[in-house]
Design a protein around this ligand. Structure first.
Ligand code: COA
Length: 260
């Protein structure tokens, strides 16, 4: 389907969603939120898509945050509704059931950083800059940033980044776990394709249950989290992918996973 502010294409089982407002640093206005939600749904539903990539159009920005012009018009109830919309989108991405890779091609600020953090893994260009600069505008992160940043990099580092509003370069982001890989800007797309290719060789059900085990476990205490893992381990044992993976190993051949 075609969208107003987002490009969506599928190649080699990779569904690429590109935020397409390069003249506005891919700022996330309400239309972008709607289009991103719809494109993520489409990618999630499409059996031909095994891995989703999220990136920004142009060379400067992944997304430079919520649209500041729209923020200026908000009243308190509108602000709560907007935060809930952004949170619903980021939560949906996290629970899409297939890996979503952020190709962070430039500024990922505010809502842009929050979108990247909701992705399963983040690959950044060495020129990328991430951050939560909301305090500079007298507001706070509202699309899950206060929660996901603390979970990704720890409370102290999250508060350092949020309270100073400073930009974090790719190298520092890699060191603190805010991004998972860094590539030279000109090689970012190839690095993301390579990572996607690796994931596409795995059993889709095993990827899905692995993501659910880690995410769901983080919301539980240790005893309950281990039981959650055991239950998912049991569910995996009901899949044809498990049978195929184990049989292929024993027969010394490559597995052909069907995702069932
Ligand atoms: N919302 C709306 N418009 C935005 C935007 C945002 N979050 N970020 C950038 N833009 C617009 C600018 O207003 C400008 O529009 P114009 O050409 O019509 O004047 C255009 O995008 C280019 O941005 P500009 O600031 O000129 O580019 P730059 O290279 O000098 O700086 C940034 C880039 C990202 C450092 C700067 O745009 C910035 O600080 N943006 C806001 C980041 C932010 O605070 N995000 C959190 C929002 S909660």
């Amino acid at each position: 389907m075609a969208y107003e502010t987002v490009l969506y294409e599928v190649n080699d089982r990779i569904g690429t969603v590109t935020i397409n407002r390069p003249d506005k640093m891919n700022a996330l206005n309400q239309q972008v939120l709607r289009d991103l939600s719809a494109a993520m749904e489409e990618a999630g539903r499409d059996d031909a898509v095994g891995v989703v990539v999220l990136t920004g159009a142009g060379e400067k920005a992944f997304a430079a945050g919520a649209d500041i012009g729209e923020l200026a018009e908000l009243d308190p109830l509108g602000a709560i509704a907007l935060a809930r919309r952004g949170q619903a989108l980021t939560r949906r991405m996290e629970q899409l059931g297939k890996p979503v890779l952020a190709a962070v091609n430039g500024f990922a600020l505010g809502g842009g950083c929050e979108l990247a953090m909701a992705c399963t893994l983040r690959v950044a260009a060495d020129t990328a800059k991430l951050g939560q600069p909301e305090v500079n505008l007298g507001i706070i992160p509202g699309y899950g940033g206060t929660q996901r940043l603390a979970r990704l990099v720890g409370k102290g580092r999250a508060l350092d980044i949020i309270l100073t509003g400073r930009m974090v370069g790719a190298k520092e982001a890699l060191g603190i776990g805010l991004v998972d890989r860094v590539a030279p800007a000109a090689e970012l797309a190839a690095a993301v394709r390579e990572l996607a290719g690796t994931l596409l060789q795995k059993g889709p059900a095993a990827l899905r249950f692995s993501m659910e085990a880690v995410d769901g476990g983080l919301e539980r205490g240790m005893a309950e989290a281990l039981e959650w893992e055991a239950q998912l381990f049991g569910l995996v044992a009901s899949t044809a992918d498990m049978k195929e993976g184990l049989t292929a190993f024993l027969e010394k051949r490559k597995p052909a996973f069907g995702g069932k």
